[in-house]
Design a protein around this ligand. Structure first.
Ligand code: SF4
Ligand code: SF4
Length: 70
């Protein structure tokens, strides 16, 4: 089972909780500034995502959408 991950960077408040929660180092903080004025998380290694949803569960801004792909 693979997963497809989408991150709405423009809703991100830059709290870094998702980066700390991901057990596969799929996420990292970006160097850009988003529309809200925060440095957002970004997806750096999507092939390693297992779809465990840990990032989505900790994100206070509901930035993540995850699909399981057969
Ligand atoms: S679903 Fe799991 S493996 Fe994928 S980015 Fe989120 S925390 Fe990491
Ligand atoms: S947990 Fe959500 S708000 Fe916090 S850095 Fe990650 S995507 Fe942004």
């Amino acid at each position: 089972m693979r997963a497809k991950l989408e991150l709405q960077e423009n809703h991100c408040k830059g709290c870094e909780l998702c980066v700390q929660a991901c057990p596969r180092d799929v996420l990292a903080m970006g160097s850009n500034i988003n529309a809200l004025g925060y440095r957002p998380a970004s997806i750096v290694d999507p092939e390693k995502c297992t779809g465990c949803k840990a990032c989505a569960l900790v994100c206070p801004e509901v930035c993540f959408t995850i699909w399981q792909v057969a």
